[in-house]
Design a protein around this ligand. Sequence first.
Ligand SMILES: Cc1ncc(COP(=O)(O)O)c(C=O)c1O
Length: 484
Amino acid sequence: MEIQCGVAGVSILSEIKMGHMSFELIAETRAALIAQVAGYASEYLTGVDGRAVAPSTEAVAGLAALCGALPDGPTSADAVVEMLHRYGSPATTVNSAGRYFGFVNGGMVPAALGAAMLVNAWDNNAGLRVLSPVAAELEATAIGWVAELLGLDAEVGRGGIGGAVVTGATMANFCCLAAARYAILERAGWDVEQDGLFGAPPITVVVGEEVHSSLVKALGMLGLGRNRVIRVPVDGQGRMRVDALPHLDANTILCLQAGNVNTGAFDPAAAICPAARVAGTWIHVDGAFGLWAAASPAYKHLTAGYELADSWATDGHKWPNVGYDCGVALVRDAAALKAAMSISAAYLVQGEAREPSHYNPELSRRARGVELWAALRSLGRAGMAGIVERTSAHARRFAEGLRAAGFEVLNDVVINQVLVSFGTPERTLAVVAGLQREGTCWCAATVWQGRTAMRISVSSWVTSEADVEASLGAMVRVATGTAV
Ligand SMILES: Cc1ncc(COP(=O)(O)O)c(C=O)c1O
């Protein structure tokens, strides 16, 4: 079967296979494909506002058209992307309009979207500077900007030294904890990178009872154990209780959290960090979204004390609205991160300047640092502060509106997270399911300290007051009409 592409009736793949396609024709074909995809992308982004946030069951069932057997022969690129748009686009959850409040998912600021498209056209490997000078430079610059926005000392992360741009906060936690593991054992005379953990001096890991599961997973991946931790009791908002902290020493990694995934609460770093530092404890901060509060003069006070830590993990794809996948690790002792992540081989050309592969877990990787750079360059300080302030104000409005309608808000709304109960667990779950079906907005269910709740996370730059009012209306309508 001869499948034709949109340009001059030429079958791209069969011509390439025969080695007959001229570069001019390849360039022309690519340009036509980009125009075709740009049309689909803008059709999608324009159309999503009128669509239910969750895809319909018919749309999800339609994916069967893409999931059949691998064809024997080639299919032209334009036919492939046409299929993707026809069957794939309707089966998405709409993150890019303003009424998606699930998990802590942002939208994607336009500069990040544009950068992502360009980065894909470049198709550069960001693992080594020589493979992509632009990726290496912009990643290093962006890491420095992140450190600055998070209010960290000038020696942290500047020029990308002691920093990594990874796939998300899970991997950022992993990198930071790997650096911590290296540094603590190195002080004890043990080289964990060369000799592993068997027979190594013990490390104590302290976390709060409300530690995020991704940090626990990172501990598991590092051989430090998911359960081999001391869990510190927390208060009703999920904050570590200072009076319940165990003895801290130089063999300890203390993991604090800036922004609880349910309540948005912050561990009291200002009360904990000074003494922990004196004890020589490695202080790590999981600040996947909450740490960005430091970028706003109005919310900065919530992050007081975190600047005293040794390492910080955060996400670009949450509050900064960078797009997936983008997380950032920052480590004060840059040499410890480098020792944990560095790689060398005869064929890997290493320059004098920062080599990305010495600070990241991966070797070959996409240039996601460019998208982070683009988002921060377009937002500037004021734009980043604006997202924090606007989304937090929206969260307060949700809480106020739901309380006024007679429902119980379970958390102190300190940033962008709201937990609401509609009564019994069964009723709350039925309201969440009903709301997801109704389609105006999308929220997930959670359990907060034994109480089933609906969780509203306002994280997107797109969300407007009108989105909040429409969503609030839908929540109240669905909740009052749900009888369980
Ligand atoms: C506090 C915290 N840490 C870590 C993570 C994991 O982030 P990611 O999904 O980017 O790996 C999250 C995700 O919501 C989080 O809220």
